[in-house]
Each structure stands twice: as structure tokens, then as C-alpha cells.
Design a protein around this ligand. Structure first.
Ligand SMILES: Cc1ncc(COP(=O)(O)O)c(C=O)c1O
Length: 455
């Protein structure tokens, strides 16, 4: 039996907690997890309707993924990146051939330990490939939270081609820059003519100079902020990149590997393909820490010609690669994408019915099994005016996302949001229709509470 009193004491005393101040820290211990559920230490069972961080695509402890990890553990511990393992090669083949082969653009993949690292790798590759320092990034986007260990010198992620006398550094190292571009218009935005965000992004490119810009990084649907992109947005970003000879980095850490009902979120928006992809989360359902960077054929061929002084202790870890093999093979064997689409359609219908009945529901949007619901006041404006520009100061208990999270938890459902007025709905792909009903009934009750607040 776990001694939960000691666990709470040690957790409170020694762990460096995320997000909450120590004075408000709420100890909420998970005793175990299985499928779409968590059991808390006090015996409460919660339906995990947000897949933890919209991350655990296959629910908890998926049998296919875990069987492959167990098999790998009988043979492998850690193999460093200078050597190959069966699982590293199989994971790479699955991603490049089986998942992306029909799309024709992807050349090589590297397996890392987090989505953040995958994003960092994309930016370094884009800068080395183009020889330009600046990356354009969307307001309200989220790509990870590291500060840049490469900048501390040592081996510095440079290229040393065998036939060159000098190494090629990332341009403007170590000061390579960023510039903000507008977020995408919402999926439901209606207007004639070009999207204002794209017009403004092109003006920004003009002001900075395309010859200084390596890439534009975007999310298919902004995860942290919960903004589903307008259908014309990503094709327009691709066209903009082509016009100005920039690379398109597609951050699929949250949307990739099935979340939007396709292998990758960009596939929801037509035929445009990216140059670099960062992914993570659902690549192995978070069974182990993982990220992957995927490079287009031309970029992969460019890096083939050099020694790239990059690498982490964890690159291509056999157990992580085994978890990727297990997850992807399970998804292929069970046609998981079709399931995401059909369960997604059911969820969307239930959400639309709620939106019709609750005055606090403003815009809703999303695809597959990822939806964002914006909560508004009686004038249709964000209930907390700072909305996605919030700095999270003051008492957050009355924020609509927290009202919803509390009421849903009281009804046995884990569901909430990050920014104050937006609820993010991202259940595991293994969710059943009956479980969608349970979650939507809890959400219905929570929305009634928000309706009472805005009255
Ligand atoms: C779109 C996006 N990019 C990058 C990251 C960072 O990934 P990780 O937390 O695996 O480092 C996240 C994490 O939520 C994300 O949603």
C-alpha cells in the first residue's frame, strides 16, 4: 500500500512544481492509469477527456505500445547515436515510408527526447540550410520552453562538410533572431479577399528582408491558445514561403500523429507540404519522452553532405523508438485515423448542440478529436477581457476555464483549458461514444454555471 501521507509531504516539500505557486499548490495524486481513465489516490475515477496535455493519443498504457517496450527491454538499455538499433531503424522506416511515403516529400527523421528539442532542431536546420538567421513565429503560438543550451558554446550545432576547409556555423550565431507574425484567422472567419494575417506577414517579410529570414514556423491548430486556423491560412503560408524562398516549419507536436484525423495536421488543409516537421506527444502516446524532427528530401540531402555536430545523449533511444514502433503499428493495424474521424464527428455534433443551447458559447472549431470552445459574455466578447493575452496574475479561480474544470472534475471528467476563455477538448483516440456522452453531459452542466456568471 502506498503511504500517501508521506508522498504528499515529500511532494510538497521537495518537488519544484509547475504552474502553481507553492501557497496555492493543490496536491492531486494519480494512483494508476488505464485506458481512458485515471484513478486518484483518494479513489476518485476520472475520465481523461484531455489526454493529459492533449498528448496521450492512445489513452493510458496502450497494450500495443507497452508490449513493444517490454520486448525491447529484454534486449536493450541505452544505445548512443553513434550506433544503430533495430528499433531506431524500424521507427524511421515507419514514419518516412508507411506514414509519409505517399506524400513524397519526407527524407529523414531523427528521434529526440521532447517536442521542444524537435522544434529547436527544425530551427537550427532551417538556419544552416538557408544561411539566414531569422525565424518568423505566430503570436499566441507555443513551441516549448527551453532557453537555448547551444548558445553556451562547446560543440555548437555547426556543419563540417568533409570537403570544406571551414565549418559552417548557424548564421548570426549565437544571436539568431525571431520576429512575430499575426496568429491565423479563426476557422470560422468569413471575408472576401486575402486573409489579413497573410497580408500583414508579407509586409513583415518586406520590412525585415527575405534575405535575412530562414523560415516561418506555424502550428496547424494553435494548441496552447486553442485557435483553429482558417482553411486558407496554411496553404497561403506555403505560397508565401515559396514566393520569398523561405522554409515552412510545421510544428505538429500537438496535432501530429492522428489528433486532427490525419497523420499530420497540415494534411487537413489540402496538398501543401512543409519543409520541416517537429512532432512528439502522440508519436508514442507519451509512453516515454519523445520528439521527432522530419526533414524534407532536399534538406535531408543537404545534411547528408556534412558532419553535423549535433546530438543528445537520448537521440534514438531504443526503448523510445520501440514505443514509437508499438504506437504507430497499433494505429496502422486498427485504422486509428478512421476512428478519430468518426468519434470526432460524434463529438462535434454533441458540441454543436451545446453551443446552440448555451449563451456563453461563442466560436467553436477544430478537427478530428481536437476542438476549442471560446466562452463569451452576453455581448459576445471574451469574458476575461485580456483573453489570450492574459499574464495569469491575480486570482484565477473565477476564470471560465477553471469554472469548467472544477465542475467537470466534480462529475468525474478531466477537462479544462489553458487561456481563461477557451476550453480545449482532446480526448484519447480510444474514446467510446458512451464516454463522449459522459463528458459532454458534465460539460453541459459546467456551461450552465458559466451562463449564470454572464447573466
Ligand atoms: C505545438 C507544440 N510545440 C511544442 C511543444 C513542446 O513539446 P514538449 O512539451 O514535448 O517539449 C508543445 C507542448 O505542448 C506543443 O504543444
Amino acid at each position: 500500500m502506498t503511504d500517501w501521507q508521506s508522498i504528499e509531504r515529500w511532494d510538497r516539500a521537495y518537488y519544484l512544481h509547475n504552474v502553481q505557486a507553492q501557497s496555492e499548490y493543490a496536491f492531486c495524486a494519480v494512483e494508476r492509469q488505464d485506458g481512458n481513465y485515471l484513478w486518484l489516490a483518494d479513489g476518485t475515477r476520472l475520465l481523461d477527456f484531455q489526454s493529459q496535455l492533449i498528448s496521450d493519443g492512445l489513452g493510458h498504457r496502450h497494450p500495443g505500445t507497452y508490449a513493444e517496450i517490454r520486448k525491447a527491454m529484454d534486449r536493450y538499455g541505452h544505445v548512443f547515436f553513434g550506433m544503430a538499433s533495430e528499433y531506431r531503424a524500424r521507427a524511421a522506416k515507419l514514419i518516412i515510408e508507411d506514414v509519409l511515403g505517399a506524400h513524397g516529400w519526407a527524407g529523414r527523421v531523427r528521434v529526440l527526447a521532447s517536442g521542444t528539442e524537435a522544434v529547436d532542431s527544425c530551427m537550427t536546420m532551417a538556419r544552416l540550410y538557408t544561411g539566414r538567421p531569422v525565424v518568423l513565429t505566430q503570436q499566441h503560438s507555443f513551441h516549448g520552453l527551453t532557453v537555448g543550451a547551444t548558445w553556451l558554446r562547446g560543440y555548437r550545432n555547426n556543419l563540417s562538410p568533409p570537403d570544406f576547409a571551414h565549418a559552417i556555423d548557424s548564421p548570426d550565431f549565437p544571436r539568431s533572431g525571431f520576429a512575430a507574425i499575426p496568429p491565423p484567422e479563426h476557422q470560422r472567419y468569413v471575408s472576401a479577399g486575402p486573409l489579413p494575417s497573410i497580408v500583414e506577414t508579407e509586409a513583415i517579410i518586406g520590412r525585415i528582408g527575405a534575405d535575412k529570414i530562414a523560415a516561418i514556423i506555424t502550428e496547424p491548430m494553435l494548441g496552447a491558445a486553442g485557435i483553429p486556423s482558417h482553411p486558407e491560412y496554411l496553404p497561403a503560408i506555403r505560397a508565401l514561403c515559396d514566393r520569398h524562398d523561405l522554409l515552412w516549419i510545421d510544428d505538429e507536436v500537438l496535432c501530429g500523429f492522428g489528433r486532427l484525423g490525419e497523420w499530420f495536421g497540415y494534411q487537413v488543409f489540402g496538398d501543401s507540404v512543409p519543409d520541416l516537421v517537429a512532432a512528439g506527444k502522440a508519436v508514442n502516446g507519451c509512453a516515454l519522452p519523445a520528439g521527432v524532427v522530419i526533414a524534407s528530401k532536399p534538406i535531408a540531402e543537404y545534411f547528408d553532405r556534412a558532419r553535423w555536430w549535433s546530438g543528445s545523449t537520448w537521440d534514438g533511444h531504443p526503448l523510445v523508438c520501440a514505443s514509437i514502433v508499438g504506437a504507430i503499428e497499433s494505429m496502422l493495424a486498427t485504422d486509428m485515423l478512421a476512428r478519430v474521424r468518426s468519434r470526432g464527428a460524434y463529438l462535434r455534433n454533441r458540441l454543436e448542440a451545446l453551443a446552440d443551447r448555451h449563451p456563453c458559447v461563442g466560436r467553436t472549431g477544430g478537427w478530428g478529436l481536437f476542438y476549442a470552445v471560446d466562452l463569451v459574455d452576453s455581448n459576445g466578447r471574451p469574458i476575461i477581457p485580456s483573453d489570450r493575452d492574459t499574464d495569469f496574475t491575480g486570482d484565477l479561480a473565477g476564470h471560465p476555464n477553471n469554472i469548467v474544470a472544477r465542475e467537470c472534475a466534480r462529475r468525474g471528467v478531466l477537462l479544462g483549458g489553458f487561456v481563461p476563455n477557451t476550453i480545449k477538448i482532446g480526448p484519447p483516440y480510444t474514446i467510446e461514444e458512451s464516454e463522449i456522452d459522459i463528458a459532454m453531459d458534465a460539460f453541459d452542466a459546467a456551461l450552465t454555471q458559466v451562463d449564470n456568471v454572464i447573466r
